[in-house]
Design a binder for this molecule. Structure first.
Ligand SMILES: [Zn+2]
Length: 347
């Protein structure tokens, strides 16, 4: 119906059509959540060169960060509690509310180490039915103070981000210890940015393969042999691999430099390169089992965790790989949480 003819509708027609459209919208929302869930299961976003479901939803589907966050967290909730589907469809629970409760449960689990039984979770969702976002926050606050987001990353200008989080006593003690021991190197009193910068420098000089003075703790070469699927997900310590599989230290550094410390996966259709820096591993282009070499730069490339998984799924099949992919949930969840810069602006 065009806008021009809308004026001809009676009031009753206008109201009933709008009601019908809202119902359709809720049904489509659920359909989208189911599709996202299946895309996540298959790692299908990796096919298009995206390093995560988060990037796919943001860049390919063009949702805002807050909309992407709500959908991904509602998708997780729906997977865990299929009964929520009917409530979203009826409109007693919105995608926003479901996502709010799901994020709350995640904070409770990750930050307060408090777990809820399936019944307790369902009871919490039930208590939040037919409530506005503000009312849901109030409801969750009666359960735990973690209902208020305690970790935030907010972009202030192009090169300034405000980071805030809550530190427990132990962490605060460690930060103060760093401050005291670094008094000679830093201003007195050292600011938090200075302290975090110092800690980052010390850590990176130890673990960043792109830096010269890196110690012997680089990602381990992985084998693409079918009977060693697990190695693709959780690389074994160097000692347990045959010497032929070990990539010499200097060569590893060259691989990292060759790809600029970023994932080398390129979508053949769009030419989009992934470029992710998350969970990078060195991959053999031609598997060792098929005679590929660990000694030639041309046979080695850098791939992010999700592209390693995507290629493994293509090589060995989803059913065989799926059991090894289960641990991914928390990592992706954490990533979504970290990247979510607009939660405080949620409607
Ligand atoms: Zn990648």
């Amino acid at each position: 119906m065009g806008i021009a003819t809308m004026g001809e509708l009676s009031n009753d027609e206008l109201l009933s059509r709008t009601r019908k459209l809202a119902e359709d919208e809720r049904r489509i929302s659920i359909e989208i959540l189911h599709h996202l869930s299946e895309i996540d299961r298959r790692r299908a976003y990796a096919k298009l060169g995206y390093p995560s479901l988060w990037d796919y939803v943001l860049k390919e589907l063009r949702y805002s960060e807050s909309a992407a966050y709500r959908r991904i967290s509602a998708m997780r909730a729906l997977k865990e509690h299929p009964a929520l589907e009917k409530k979203i469809e009826e409109g007693t629970l919105s995608v926003t509310t479901v996502s709010q409760v799901q994020s709350f449960l995640k904070s409770e689990r990750d930050q307060a180490h408090r777990s809820y039984s399936p019944d307790q979770k369902e009871e919490l969702f039930r208590k939040c039915e037919n409530k506005s976002s503000r009312e849901v926050t109030r409801e969750l606050l009666t359960v735990s103070p973690l209902a208020i987001r305690v970790q935030k990353e907010r972009l202030l200008t192009e090169n300034r981000t405000m980071i805030s989080f809550v530190a427990d006593e132990a962490l605060l003690g460690k930060i103060h210890r760093v401050r005291d021991l670094s008094a000679a190197r830093l201003r007195d009193p050292a600011s938090y940015p200075e302290l975090v910068d110092l800690m980052s420098e010390v850590t990176l000089s130890e673990i960043d393969p792109l830096r010269k003075r890196v110690r012997e703790r680089l990602p381990v070469a992985v084998s693409a042999k079918p009977d060693q699927n697990v190695a693709l997900i959780a690389p074994q310590p160097t000692e347990s691999l045959g010497t032929v599989r070990v990539i010499p230290q200097a060569l590893r550094r060259r691989v990292w430099q060759e790809y600029g410390g970023r994932c080398a996966f390129v979508d053949a259709v769009t030419g989009r390169r992934c470029n992710s820096t998350f969970g990078l591993e060195i991959e053999h282009c031609k598997p060792l089992a098929l005679g590929g070499s660990s000694r030639e730069l041309s046979n080695l490339r850098l791939l992010c965790k999700h592209h390693n998984q995507w290629l493994a799924i293509q090589a060995y099949g989803l059913s065989k790989m799926e059991p090894h992919l289960q641990s991914r949930k928390n990592e992706i969840g954490a990533k979504v949480g970290e990247s979510n810069k607009e939660t405080s602006l949620d409607p």
